[in-house]
Design a protein. Structure first.
Lengths: 92, 368
């Protein structure tokens, strides 16, 4: 299970709690977030654009490492990954 | 129903929220702020059903649309237009996604919405769902468009002919002027006569790469449209089929905003600046220029505007006129907001302390 938690700044726009989703070996971050968006549909346009790229000023940390790739299909996610979604300091 | 009286409210869409003013005596007074802290890029008041639509461009979380059915007391987030999956192997598609909602207009049945990048969408269900106008998005000429001010081209002006709502004329920076006669099924360039000095000389009259900063249509005579273009002021007297440049405008014919009296196509207002990249009032002296006779003469109005050096620039949607033809307002990138009740001859400051102003809109709020 991957564990996903969110910056409190998101609560202003979308009510969202931390959650756990099933993550298989070899899954991408895109697959993980697809499950998250099933649970929180309103969250989707806040984190990814209409091409399913991570928004430029949304920062995602996987196991405490900043993800720099915006194409989430290219980011591998460990089975028990700890994922944190933040708003970047840029973009304000 | 047509009203020729002054509007009850004035909205300022700013970098830090939607600021609402209420009519009081011969001016407007602050009333409240919606979307505190958020960049508001567009506001549409659908007078057919008294709905408001506000477009946000959240710095972190992207473009969003909100709708209000109670004069702005409460807002509901609705669907945001989305582009279909783009092919990053094609240069004209690479990197495309809706970045900013830049224009909206409506008839009783349909809402039109323009974005950066240069995509046009429509909704026939009050904004619950949006559809890309694929005939325009897939036009081969789109590969010739380029950004003006922003990195990507954008649709900032949408004029619907009140005599024939299927006729819609749009302006694109930088992609010229386009028209549809069949509610968006087919499109054609409509920019003959515009001139682009920034292009190679042999391409200066090319319609598809013109930079109309703002285009407005006179409601009472939709055959007359005005453009504040990157290269000056242009007028069309034949419903945008042909354009002619207005020469000899002082202190400058450069700027972004234009507005026209809704009842008299001969009366138009502009807020000039210095081209190209400087974009300040000439000699730091902020003024409004006004033609009373369809561009033959221009009056320069400064009464009530700053006498100290001004660095104010007015964005393309930040000059507005009320239906009475006398009440105007303009707002600047330095957060200054002025109002006039005598057709621009004298100006009164409503605020010196707003965030940069993207758009102004007058509205008449109905009691609900």
């Amino acid at each position: 299970m991957a564990h996903i938690s969110f910056t409190s700044n998101l609560q202003k726009h979308v009510s969202v709690d931390s959650l756990e989703v099933i993550s298989g070996s070899g899954d991408s971050l895109a697959q993980v977030f697809t499950q998250v968006f099933v649970q929180y549909p309103a969250l989707k346009t806040y984190l990814v654009d209409d091409q399913f790229r991570l928004r430029q000023h949304v920062a995602v940390f996987v196991d405490h490492t900043l993800v720099r790739e915006k194409d989430l299909t290219k980011v591998h996610c460990a089975v028990h990954a700890d994922i944190f979604v933040a708003q970047a300091l840029s973009g304000g | 129903m047509s009203h020729k009286t002054v509007h009850t409210h004035l909205f300022a869409a700013t970098r830090k929220g939607l600021v609402r003013y209420r009519r009081h005596e011969h001016s407007y007074v602050f009333e409240q702020v919606h979307f505190i802290g958020e960049p508001v890029t567009m506001l549409l008041h659908d007078t057919h059903n008294q709905r408001f639509y506000a477009a946000l461009r959240l710095g972190h979380f992207g473009p969003k649309l909100h709708r209000s059915d109670d004069n702005g007391q409460t807002w509901q987030e609705i669907a945001t237009p989305q582009l279909p999956k783009q092919d990053d192997d094609k240069p004209q598609e690479k990197g495309n996604s809706v970045d900013m909602i830049w224009s909206m207009a409506c008839t009783e049945k349909r809402i039109w919405l323009g974005t950066i990048p240069g995509a046009l969408f429509y909704s026939d269900d009050g904004g619950d769902s949006w559809h890309l106008v694929e005939s325009l998005w897939n036009a081969p000429e789109r590969s010739g468009w380029f950004g003006g001010g922003y990195d990507q081209p954008g649709i900032h002006s949408i004029c619907i002919d009140p005599r024939k709502p299927e006729r819609v004329i749009i302006a694109i920076s930088c992609g010229g002027v386009w028209r549809t006669e069949d509610n968006g099924r087919t499109w054609a360039l409509s920019a003959k006569g515009l001139f682009a000095a920034y292009m190679p000389p042999e391409l200066a009259t090319q319609e598809n790469t013109q930079d109309p900063h703002c285009m407005v249509m006179c409601a009472a005579n939709p055959d007359v449209l005005w453009i504040q273009h990157h290269n000056g002021i242009f007028l069309s007297e034949d419903n945008a089929h042909h354009w002619q440049q207005i020469h000899g405008v002082t202190p400058s014919d450069f700027g972004f905003a234009v507005t026209v009296d809704p009842s008299n196509e001969n009366l138009a207002w502009f807020v000039p600046g210095i081209k190209d990249e400087c974009r300040l009032p000439k000699d730091y002296a902020l003024c409004v220029t006004h033609t009373p006779d369809r561009g033959k003469r221009f009056n320069v109005h400064r009464a009530g505007l700053p006498t100290e050096p001004s660095f104010d620039l007015v964005y393309r949607h930040a000059l507005a006129i009320s239906e009475d033809g006398k009440t105007l307002a303009f707002g600047t990138t330095t957060g200054n907001l002025w109002c006039s009740s005598d057709a621009g001859k004298h100006w009164q400051c409503l605020s010196h302390t707003l965030a940069p102003i993207n758009l102004l809109a007058f509205a008449r709020l109905a009691h609900k």
